[in-house]
Ligand binder design. Structure first.
Ligand code: UD1
Length: 368
């Protein structure tokens, strides 16, 4: 078969915003076709469907329905189902995986063992913390991928240190920022702050879902106490990942949060989140991607983690690592209140055109 047929894989919420601009950019190129596979790692309407609708993603060619489970079981189910999928179709020119979720590593490994070239979007990020499942997924995916698309300067350095040949590595910039730029006007026109009865610049937006923060009551309780204190000073909104809602309920912390005025809510769509992020006074999070979005939007971001795989958000951006020492967060909040908090500087390739560079590179590499 001539031309270039590309299979792209997504499985979990943070994948979908990375895929949308790449699929759009591939569609602009003659002789290139693409198919999307959804592994079904995330399956709730609020964790998946809403992103397809808002980001204009095409209906998946296949939905693998792997669902939730322990890491080994989930990763294994993705591998089995993705192998069957690839065997059931004409062989593609290559497979594109994005980010660092279990579906990313599982599909990269499956494709490469079938002799199909793999490209990894958002390669080279390292937290150097192997207790994070995402770090293992990043290491595995980068080790087996043929083309590594890097989003921030540290990525090139990390891959060089790991001995990945230079010719596999391409600095293209950040596809999540492509999506942010593409959706910003639509998000603004939704007037999300009014919908949620919030004042621009006068609320804290909080997201929490890392197992290390939410799965242990000894870790989650101090965070909840901190948010309750913060709610005395400012409105606090908390869109809840299903895992976090379940743990808050299990540890009987949800009621105390609600009583204090913190506003827990179900997961929200991409545009709603973007509308809240750009209007927030401060973002408090343990997400990877939100650190980058906050940096681009120049909104202060306090990250409830000991490390970040996205150091440019600290050196160039608005991010401060808080770890478990919530006094660091309190000090940062004082700087923010006084208008003395650091501001963001531009980062190479965070310009809305990363996906164009990826599409061109793939079409050059994989066209037959
Ligand atoms: C996954 C990613 C993480 C990413 C996060 C974004 C891995 C290792 N982790 O973590 O990097 O930041 O997605 O959300 O891949 N659940 C639902 N409905 C859903 C999906 C999940 O209720 O649609 C619940 C299930 O109880 C499940 C739990 O959430 O056990 C965790 O889901 P899972 O996909 O295992 O990992 P996440 O914590 O979402």
């Amino acid at each position: 078969m001539s031309g270039c047929q590309i299979v792209l894989v997504g499985g979990a919420r943070p994948n979908f915003m990375k895929l949308a601009p790449v699929i759009r950019a591939l569609a602009q190129l003659d002789g290139v076709s693409s198919r999307l596979v959804h592994t079904g790692q995330h399956y709730d309407e609020g964790m998946s469907d809403v992103f397809f609708e808002q980001l204009g993603l095409p209906a998946p060619d296949a939905y693998l329905s792997v669902g939730s489970g322990p890491h080994g079981a989930q990763t294994g189910r993705v591998m089995i189902a993705f192998e069957e999928y690839l065997q059931s179709r004409p062989e593609p020119s290559g497979v594109v995986v994005v980010g660092d979720v279990n579906s990313t590593a599982a599909c990269a490994l499956t494709a490469v063992k079938m002799g199909i070239p793999v490209a990894h979007v958002e390669a080279g990020l390292r937290s150097f913390d192997r207790t994070m499942p995402e770090e293992i997924n990043r290491l595995v995916t980068d080790a087996v991928s043929d083309v590594l698309f890097v989003s921030e300067p540290s990525g090139e350095e990390n891959l060089r240190r790991e001995g990945i040949p230079r010719e596999r590595v391409r600095y293209v910039g950040n596809v999540m920022i492509d999506t942010l730029i593409h959706e910003l006007d639509a998000a603004r026109s939704m007037n999300v702050t009014a919908q949620f009865d919030l004042q621009r610049g006068a609320f804290a937006l909080v997201t929490l879902h890392r197992p290390s923060n939410v799965d242990h009551v000894d870790h989650l309780r101090p965070i909840v106490d901190f948010l309750i204190d913060l709610a005395h000073l400012s409105t606090v909104v908390l869109p809840l990942h299903p895992r976090t809602r379940a743990r808050l309920a299990e540890f009987r912390l949800l009621e105390a949060l609600e009583r204090s005025g913190v506003r827990p809510m179900p997961p929200i769509g991409y545009r709603e989140m973007l509308g809240l992020m750009e209007a927030a006074r401060v973002i408090i999070t343990d997400s990877g991607g939100i650190q980058e979005e906050a940096t681009y939007l120049n909104v202060p971001c306090l990250t409830l983690r000991e490390n970040t795989e996205r150091p440019a958000t600290m050196t160039h951006g608005t991010n401060t690592l808080v770890g478990r020492d919530l006094s660091v967060a309190r000090q940062a909040l004082e700087l923010i209140a006084r208008g003395e908090y650091k501001r963001a500087r531009p980062i190479a390739g965070w310009d809305g055109r990363a996906a164009e560079r990826i599409a061109k590179s793939l079409s050059d590499a994989w066209r037959r």
